[in-house]
Design a protein around this ligand. Structure first.
Ligand code: BGC
Length: 424
């Protein structure tokens, strides 16, 4: 990845110089910007439209370049090829470690001036500002914080069973059995590798606890992957998959959410973008579904933070790009966008009482200094694209080959997850 990104960089810088004159002309006329992202489900689309509306008020026209595909697998590839072709978008949904890869080769516009003017230092959560700060530069505009360790449950089905949502795995197993007796699939499941990795990292955090999770995922100590807590998370992962009923399939994440909405499934473990989706379809978090922390992860926040990066572009839209960063991080856009997206504002100065119950719990947990905040591996917060993909593949192999033993997968994960070469 790094090598090809460097090739992209050399090409693009040459291209940028060559087009300098053209760009100067274009800058005067254009306020329309090309935005590459992967938000294509109902709620994602609406959330992106909300940003576009906020930007339109500031005189910036959002030209949409959405690439479908949950988790952004396809979008990241398209971005790379567009950069290689000398046609980078002006703005891209670049998150976590992918950001720093592009920043390393100077393809990301620093936003230090905006950050200073808008006092991001005091307005944003330190974890958020830290994530978008690299080698002293602020390199992206943060949009919202998703919580991965979210268990969504169907309120109607739980009411019919006379049960409260599970707070422990023992309660989860009782609920699963009762849902099965009702003829309902207890847990939404998909064999899509990124979805498997999303469930796994939640189980891992719950089994290992925050300190060991840091060791495994952030400090990436290979030996730690042989710990029995990792084995326990793998065993539980397999157990949860058996609740899918018939042979599990690769389904897009919205299908699981749809089953939860239609009373065909009792529970779903997914980032809270699934909550946004249910709400976009008209479901209410007080009437139709609820969310609790995945058992074992109480008081912990496994996060994925969406961010927009401004790319150095032959079209040179710097002033407009800075305006975009200012608008999307501003309080009005933050509340409007996150309410639809399912995530929570990256700002600490909002009023949490204006959020729905799931969001309030997420925001308050993230804001609480004594909570454990853990970066998501499956959503690029802790390791690069290659490591993330290799982990997801190893987990997929483990689950789809009944003969594969947890220890074998632990060894594989230990090899994949190497110590970071460059610490921040
Ligand atoms: C992104 C979310 C998105 C989800 C599903 C995650 O990686 O952070 O914004 O909704 O993928 O596509």
């Amino acid at each position: 990845m790094k090598a090809s990104i460097h090739a992209c960089g050399r090409f693009l810088l040459g291209f940028t110089l060559a087009l300098g004159a053209v760009a100067a002309h274009a800058q005067a006329a254009a306020t329309s910007v090309d935005v590459l992202h992967w938000w294509t489900s109902s709620s994602e689309r609406r959330a992106a439209d909300q940003l576009a509306n906020q930007l339109a008020l500031a005189g910036v026209q959002w030209k949409d370049a959405a690439i479908p595909g949950g988790g952004g697998m396809a979008a990241v590839k398209v971005l790379k090829s567009r950069v290689l072709m000398g046609d980078p978008p002006d703005v891209a949904q670049l998150i976590g470690t992918t950001l720093t890869d592009w920043a390393d080769i100077k393809l990301v516009l620093p936003l230090n001036a905006v950050a200073q003017r808008q006092r991001w230092q005091s307005a944003l959560f330190p974890t958020v500002l830290d994530l978008v700060t690299y080698k002293g530069d602020v390199i992206a505009a943060p949009l919202g914080i998703h919580r991965i360790n979210t268990l969504l449950y169907n309120r109607r089905l739980f009411a019919r069973l006379g049960m409260a949502p599970p707070r422990s795995w023992a309660q989860f197993e009782v609920a699963a059995q009762k849902l099965q007796q009702l003829g309902v699939r207890p847990l939404a499941w998909s064999d899509e590798p990124w979805q498997i990795a999303t469930v796994f990292e939640t189980l891992l955090l719950g089994e290992a606890g925050p300190a060991l999770y840091q060791d495994l995922v952030v400090r990436r100590h290979a030996a730690a992957w042989m710990d029995p807590h990792v084995e326990r998370a793998l065993v539980r992962l397999r157990l949860l998959r058996t609740l899918a009923g018939e042979v599990p399939q690769e389904r897009v994440w919205t299908e699981g959410a749809r089953d939860l909405m239609n009373d065909a499934t009792g529970m779903m473990i997914m980032g809270d973008w699934a909550k946004g989706e249910l709400m976009a379809w008209g479901a209410s978090p007080t009437r139709d579904f609820g969310c609790v922390e995945v058992p074992g992860t109480g008081g912990m926040h496994l996060y994925s933070i969406d961010t927009l990066a401004m790319l150095v572009s032959p079209r040179q839209h710097e002033a407009v790009q800075e305006k975009i960063a200012e608008v999307v991080v501003g309080p009005a856009a933050q509340l409007a966008y996150n309410r639809i997206k399912g995530s929570v504002p990256v700002r600490r100065d909002i009023d949490p009482s204006s959020l729905d119950g799931c969001a309030r719990q997420s925001w308050e947990t993230f804001a609480n200094p004594s909570s454990a905040r853990a970066p998501s591996l499956a959503h690029r917060m802790a390791a690069d694209e290659n490591i993330k993909d290799a982990v997801a593949q190893a987990l997929w192999r483990y689950l789809t080959d009944a003969k594969s033993e947890p220890q074998e997968t632990q060894r594989r994960l230990a090899t994949i997850i190497r110590t970071p070469v460059m610490e921040r």
